[in-house]
Design a binder for this molecule. Sequence first.
Ligand code: BG6
Length: 469
Amino acid sequence: MKKTVQSKFPDNFLWGGAVAANQCEGAYLEDGKLMSTADIKARGFFGGIRRDADYYPTHKAIDFYHTYKSDLKMMADANFNIFRTSINWTRIYPTGEEATPNQKGIDYYHDMFTYCHSLGMKVMVTISHYETPLNLVDKYGGWDNRCFIDYYLKFVRTIVDNLSDCVDYWLTFNEIGNAAVKPICWDAAAIDPESDNLLQRMYQAAHHQFVASALAVKYIHENSSAKVGAMIAYKTVYPYTCDPKDVEAAEKEKRKEYFFSDVQVRGKYPSYIWKFFEEHNLDIKMEYGDEEVIASYPVDFITFSYYRSRVVKADEAEPAEITTNTLEGISNPYLPKTGWGWSVDPKGLELALLELYDRYQKPLFVSENGLGAIDEVENDQIHDTYRIDYMREHIKAMKDAIKNGVDLFGYTMWGPIDIVSNGTGQMSKRYGIIYVDLDDDGNGTGRRLKKDSYAWYSKTIASNGEDLD
Ligand code: BG6
């Protein structure tokens, strides 16, 4: 018997772009919104959580709060059929503790998502993307405090009740595994990376997020027809050599990443994690019923961010090199790097898709991928061939994975319009196919310009990934 091999992107493939509310909206205290954890991240590598900085990039960002109509129109004109963003929790519940939601926040997102639909774009919403109400954190600490589950679920119920008519896909937590990665735990779990007993706190936070995520899946399934996905950060892991010790170290590292999707997809803590907990003297507190909840409400599909791969060596206790906002690990001599030291590895994306599909057999979606680079403007033109090359090779890699049987249903490139970098707070680390005239200090006209990659991506989408020249 012969079966036809899928050689193209499926006809209904979703093409678009992804942002996070806090990185683009600005208007940080407008229409009732109050501060979120993103709003005290100062500019600079590792941002720094500071109350006394003179400039916080998210406060103004690119003013998407006011410009979303023209920005989204540009994306739709580039043939996008999906737009991914998050809902800034503090627009809906400014302190997190209110009994009733802020209607202006609900209206804002309802208008935006309805507008996306009118432009022919589906809407994928990340419920929590690194923007927890600061009031909750100041009062109760981070996600290792169990009370966050209830605050989060109140938020979930409100947005599902009010926005289900215009949301197609929900993701419960952005890059959930980063709750247990220093220093990104501040973003993902609202835990200060300098705090005591950090590993214990981070994994406890992750447990609470698993429970919260499962209960969110339950609520969404019971109250809408939308699908709910996981969102993990995937960095394909390679052993440094074929020395079995390096291979073993790489496998261990992979399992640390897989832990999060294993729980969200398979609905239970994997057996290997208990040894890791024992080795690190971790004691994760679970309440009666937590395991049942996690088992009962797994996600429908898996999305992930993919920017680069990693190399792991047995005798390196910790990744050696910190080149930018996250741990780069050991340098891979076979791969070029971005200006921020991230390896450029399209093959790693194909491998990620194969590995995830082999492991779970669930539909996959690449919810973030892109190149952060410095762009030069000449006569209002930006010739970003480097970005086109990056996207072309990664799209080819997705196609190769599809040929190998992977069920991939969409791709949202990261930052279709230039936004504030999450890791470094820079505007100059640009991902967009649409340029925004603002610098790292927030100076500039805010004017939007189409980069060369804009026409290229529009054409690629129009051909459903066939015309990649
Ligand atoms: C992902 C995050 O990890 O990487 C985004 O979900 C982030 O919020 C993106 O912006 C790119 O990272 P950076 O640090 O270059 O903005």
